[in-house]
Write a protein that binds this ligand. Structure first.
Ligand SMILES: Cc1cc2nc3c(=O)[nH]c(=O)nc-3n(C[C@H](O)[C@H](O)[C@H](O)COP(=O)(O)OP(=O)(O)OC[C@H]3O[C@@H](n4cnc5c(N)ncnc54)[C@H](O)[C@@H]3O)c2cc1C
Ligand code: FES
Length: 278
């Protein structure tokens, strides 16, 4: 595993090397970075097309899928920014600000890692699984879920790196149901969980882990505007009644710090910056 010495963020303009489409909605974008990205698993980058003009104005936060001289991201098309990314052609210039945020903490020796991924939340977990395997650690267990088989991009990567269990709500791949339906059977005193996906999924994973006293680390995908602590637009409620800022104190945090009962971890209307990014 990599150490906790974090690389300084850089703002770079990189050419898109290739775009691999997985179904219509998911794309892996790989960039050409002559200097190499020193991002660690769990860190993210703020990405924007260098030729987008003034809309969308703000860069979009994306977890690193890989680092080095060919850093990559996995995107799911949900709005204007990701639509443009999903149509990008090789050679197109993008600005990337990164690496940003707290990476996953190092797995605890003696505990087997259980990765719990929902949909596009798989990217930082594939990066983590690869780091664990390359460091000679025990093969992680992974549970990967989505609505249907087409919502499981990168399932082949996870299958290679982990002992993989899949779930789909429509039963088109793996067990019918949700990741949390099978997580309980895979928890134990010698396990620890790393999870990324929709808030509701992570809240349930955190609850199951707390009940069994299993350590759980989550990666928060709170909407962000700046990505490095300036706009105060990414507060997440914590148990002490305060907030943590997902971009600088996360995105990877101990699940017990988050007050999941306060539900919506995105900025509320009127608080700091508006949730919708322009
Ligand atoms: C640290 C971090 C890592 C992320 N990693 C990835 C990744 O690896 N791959 C990936 O595809 N996405 C990732 N995201 C989410 C990604 O940033 C958003 O999907 C993206 O900004 C949407 O941009 P857009 O212009 O396409 O959509 P917009 O037009 O900005 O939004 C479309 C709709 O989606 C909602 N929305 C936007 N962002 C989010 C969000 N984060 N959570 C819930 N709803 C949202 C908006 O409110 C709006 O209703 C990550 C987010 C964070 C904070
Ligand atoms: S996104 Fe600006 S402070 Fe977190």
């Amino acid at each position: 595993m990599s150490t906790r010495v974090l690389a300084k963020r850089r703002l770079v303009t990189l050419a898109l090397l290739r775009r691999e489409s997985i179904g219509g909605l998911y794309h892996v974008l790989t960039f050409e970075d002559p200097d190499g990205s020193a991002a660690q698993p769990g860190q993210f980058t703020m990405v924007r097309g260098a030729e987008w003009g003034d809309a969308p104005l703000l860069p979009r936060p994306m977890s690193y899928l890989t680092a080095g001289h060919a850093p990559s991201i996995l995107i799911k098309v949900i709005g204007e920014g990701t639509l443009r990314m999903g149509r990008a052609e090789p050679g197109e210039p993008f600005t990337l600000l990164g690496p940003l945020g707290e990476p996953w903490r190092a797995p605890t020796p003696g505990r087997r890692v259980v990765l719990v991924a929902g949909g596009v939340g798989v990217a930082p977990l594939v990066f983590l699984a690869r780091a664990i395997v390359e460091a000679g650690g025990p093969k992680p267990i992974a549970i990967y879920g989505g609505r249907s088989a087409r919502d499981l991009p990168l399932d082949d990567d996870l299958a290679e790196l982990t002992e993989l269990h899949t779930t789909t709500e429509d039963g088109s791949r793996g067990a019918r149901g949700r990741v949390t339906d099978i997580l309980g059977d895979l928890l134990g005193p010698d396990r620890e969980v790393f999870t990324c996906g929709p808030d509701r999924m992570m809240a349930k994973v955190a609850e199951l882990c707390a009940l069994r006293d299993v350590p759980c680390e989550v990666s928060l995908e709170t909407p962000m505007a700046c990505g490095y602590g300036v706009c105060l637009g990414c507060p997440v409620p914590t148990h002490d009644g305060a907030y943590l800022y997902a971009c600088t104190q996360g995105p990877c945090v101990d699940a017990r710090r988050v007050d999941w009962s306060r539900g919506d971890h995105a900025p509320k209307k009127g608080a700091h910056l508006p949730r919708s990014q322009t």
